[in-house]
Design a protein around this ligand. Structure first.
Ligand code: BDP
Length: 724
């Protein structure tokens, strides 16, 4: 096991080492920009000149270091640290239990209401003096409180009326890294994996610490280090020792480590002849494996499992069920309070029914049958991280099972790290969707945060967009998606608007003119990408394998449901997937209130029209246009919206540095080029069926359909080499 002393020394060296010039974007939303306004600055300098900070753990140390770093950078002043609680003049950071009674008395927040991991930040008047108090019940609450406090300072919040009481609404707030042991990242567009397995456990990269800081700053408390398409080797001692070193770094930031468990591991690394979950030898193997893992990592979080999905092994290989598989692993982890996160992303080449229906059909009958330490993790929509999908009907159908949300932060079907797409808008749309499971107001957010069914365990996962690029995420605005995911995992009812506002202030500038120009651009960016890629409910029309550019013509892949033609069904008669009772009847998986609405094309929200209906090209849309014209105009609109993004970006030159500006300008240029590519390729292809003219206002395609069909991208990043 790693030598703790060495690690602690390394750790403090890193903290005190100056990087010199920090690469642009490396600091993420923790840039701690110097406060410009003199009045506010003086106020902060006086109000935060000395602090008492409770000691006693690595988490508290991390919090104190962060407070020092943030204040030094924003105020150009380091607070004096008073060792003595009574002497502390202006700021107290201590756990609730350790606060003086006279202080507790003057606090107006209901201090008994602080929940686990929650905190209070309040300015009090104590003995005639103003003091800022940050308090919590646990160390991690203090850490979160400090990060929030720094964010409030950065946003220019006045000290004299601070009163924040906050706590996470969801228990497991985690990133899922699809990182392979060779450091490639499946669907990763920001370089290679952060985890340098070859140099671990001895070498602790500064990035591990900064990664943990970034996560803690938004309340993320779990990380799955490895790909769901798992390699069993990570469960061997050689790797567990490395995982333990990472876990040790992350522990100081309240983050637990999880691993993906390959279901066939007992055979691959255990030498058994089977991985049958009902086999006693197999059960024993997993139990012993759990004991071994917890020796290395006493606070190990648990396993994330992709089983019987896209070729991954699972219990069905032995005619057993998901329940058999998940519960077997859950039993092994139970003595250590570990959890099993079992994915519901399943569809089968042996099942001819609509792919959108399969996960529901497979999992809903198991409602209530999983052990208490199992969560079922479902993607937000029933297909696969498309630019727009209706919410997954499972969220309204498993009252006795904790359902964990899986969002994708990495932009697999959203232009990789090249396109500016602010995803909290998509997350918000899903979370605020009404499942009607208990009548009106039964939002997905309420299912996920457990408030509906009183789930003992709740969770939200985001498939990470992080790699070893200098700015972590490739596109600087992709950082906002990591940030926004964390904020929504903390509180699924936050609005995308507030998140954009916070992130812009922390990352670029607090200038209200800058914010008022860029925020609307961010908020509309998701709709723009839907318009130029998949308007009116179209989905999965991406080119094979890499899922980057358009490929609506692809129809020759071995599995029917891998082909775009399966999803759009375009022919001379029309376009779209009929999921009404006359078609696949997938609409029946939703509550009556919803299915009645979506079964009728006239009442189906138009953004989902072709998701649920196959309609003739001359079908009349709500605005009176034909479906063909409407489709073409949506594609054109998407292009126009990117043009607007380019000109908005031009207008913010005065507010940010030249390099910051240039970086996004160049990326937007690519986005514009590719929005046109999407429009032209899709319209030419669909026109070969509709045989209708492009409506006025839609630009003529630059090339022929054959040209677009001939484009190949064999080395596109993030490709999963083993399939389609
Ligand atoms: C799809 C990806 C594939 C993943 C799969 C999953 O194309 O690389 O392995 O999802 O979530 O979106 O398991």
């Amino acid at each position: 096991m790693i030598n703790n002393k060495i690690l602690v020394i390394l750790f403090s060296v890193f903290i005190s080492t100056s990087w010199g010039q920090i690469p642009q974007g490396y600091d993420l939303w923790m840039t701690y920009l110097k406060i410009e306004n003199e009045g506010i600055l003086t106020n902060y300098r006086n109000g935060l000149s000395s602090v008492y900070f409770e000691k006693g753990s690595r988490v508290l140390e991390a919090a104190q270091t962060e407070l020092g770093r943030g204040l030094k950078s924003m105020l150009d002043q380091s607070p004096e640290i008073s060792d003595n609680y009574v002497d502390a003049k202006v700021m107290l950071v201590a756990k609730r239990l350790n606060l003086d009674k006279t202080i507790l008395k003057v606090m107006t927040s209901d201090i008994n209401q602080i929940e686990e991991e929650g905190f209070i930040i309040e300015t009090i008047n104590h003995n005639g003096k103003e003091k800022v108090v940050i308090t919590a019940n646990d160390d991690v609450g203090i850490l979160y409180g400090v990060f929030r406090f720094l964010q409030l300072i950065q946003a220019g919040k006045r000290l004299d009326d601070l009163k924040v009481l906050d706590a996470p609404k969801i228990d497991l707030r985690m990133l899922n890294h699809w990182d392979n042991l060779d450091r490639t990242v499946e669907r990763g567009y920001a370089g290679f994996s952060l985890w340098n397995w070859q140099k671990l456990p001895e070498y602790i990269d500064q990035r591990y610490i900064d990664y943990a800081r970034a996560n803690a700053s938004i309340g993320i408390n779990g990380t799955v280090l490895t790909n769901v398409n798992a390699n069993a080797l990570v469960l061997t001692p050689m790797y567990l020792e490395k995982v333990a070193a990472l876990a040790n770094v992350f522990r100081a930031y309240g983050i637990k480590v999880y691993l993906t468990a390959r279901f066939s591991a007992p055979m691959e690394i255990g030498g058994l002849a089977t991985a049958d979950p009902l086999d006693e030898e197999v059960q024993k193997w997993w139990k012993e494996k759990a004991v071994e893992i917890y020796k290395y990592i006493p606070d190990f979080g648990g396993f994330l499992v992709k089983a019987n999905s896209e070729g991954q092994p699972g219990p069905q290989n032995y005619n057993r069920t998901h329940v058999d598989g998940a519960n077997m692993l859950a039993k092994a982890l139970q003595p250590f309070n570990g959890v099993v996160i079992w994915r519901a992303f399943v569809y089968s080449e042996h099942d001819a029914t609509d792919r959108a229906k399969q996960a529901f059909a497979e999992f809903v009958p198991f409602d209530g049958k999983f052990m208490d330490n199992v969560l079922i993790q479902s993607k937000n929509g029933p297909i696969d991280f498309q630019p727009r999908e209706p919410f997954h009907p499972m969220f309204g159908a498993m009252p006795n099972t904790p359902l964990m949300m899986e969002f994708q932060i990495t932009q697999e079907y959203l232009g990789f790290s090249t396109h500016l797409v602010f995803l909290p808008k998509l997350y918000e749309e899903v979370l605020q969707s009404d499942t009607y499971t208990k009548g009106k107001g039964s939002t997905v957010a309420k299912v996920i945060d457990g408030s509906f069914y009183n789930n003992k365990l709740t969770g939200m996962a985001g498939v990470s967009n992080i790699g070893n690029d200098l700015n972590w995420t490739g596109h600087p605005f992709a950082q906002a998606n990591w940030y926004g995911f964390g904020r929504l995992a903390w509180n699924p009812n936050l609005l995308a608007d507030e998140i954009a506002d916070e992130w812009l202030k922390l990352t670029y500038s607090t200038d209200p003119d800058f914010i008022s120009l860029i925020k609307p651009m961010m908020l509309n960016s998701r709709e723009a990408v839907v318009n130029y890629m998949n308007p009116l409910g179209l989905h999965h029309i991406f080119d094979t394998g890499h899922h980057y550019g358009p490929g609506p013509w692809v129809g020759n892949l071995s599995r029917p449901e891998w082909n775009p033609t399966y999803y759009h069904n375009a022919d001379e008669g029309g376009i779209g997937f009929d999921r009404t009772p006359g078609g696949s009847n997938a609409t029946a998986q939703y509550a009556k209130e919803i299915s009645t609405l979506i079964n009728n094309p006239k009442t189906c929200p138009e953004e989902y029209l072709l998701w649920f209906h196959h309609l003739p090209w001359d079908y009349q849309l709500k605005n009176g246009e034909t479906l063909w014209n409407g489709l073409a105009l949506h594609y054109q609109k998407g292009v126009e919206e990117v043009k607007d993004m380019c000109s908005t970006w031009e207008s913010v030159k005065p507010y940010i540095s030249k390099d910051q500006h240039e970086e996004v300008r160049m990326l937007l240029e690519i986005q514009l080029k590719e929005a046109k590519w999407w429009r032209d390729a899709c319209l030419l292809y669909f026109q070969s069926f509709s045989k209708m003219k492009l409506p006025a206002g839609v630009e003529k395609p630059k090339h022929t359909l054959e040209y677009y069909q001939s484009l190949k991208f064999p080395f596109a990043p993030g490709i999963r080499p083993r399939w389609d």
